[in-house]
Write a protein that binds this ligand. Sequence first.
Ligand SMILES: [Zn+2]
Length: 111
Amino acid sequence: MHEDEYAQMIVDAVRPINREYYSDKVKYWLIKSDIVLDDEKADRLVTHIFEGKTPENKNICKGRLANGKRCKKPARENGYCGFHQKQYRPPTGTQVNGNRVVRPKNIPTLL
Ligand SMILES: [Zn+2]
């Protein structure tokens, strides 16, 4: 199964649970906060919130333009377009060194 299909499947499975769990709370909050004045409008808004389409997860470049705005070109490699490849930084994870013995830190050693 493709990654996008799997993500969509999860969204489809979680959405009804979310709706059931949050719709009453959101509706109560909308009326209590005077955002909407009647039940019907609150219902419509709640429906819109929970039934609305989620934005498509397009692979857009994570790079920044010179003016600081987000680049909108499609990503090609590492999440960056061809032009912004130089902005890619490899993730800094724990470096595993098989030859090194891990010792507990902050324990005073004998001199
Ligand atoms: Zn870019």
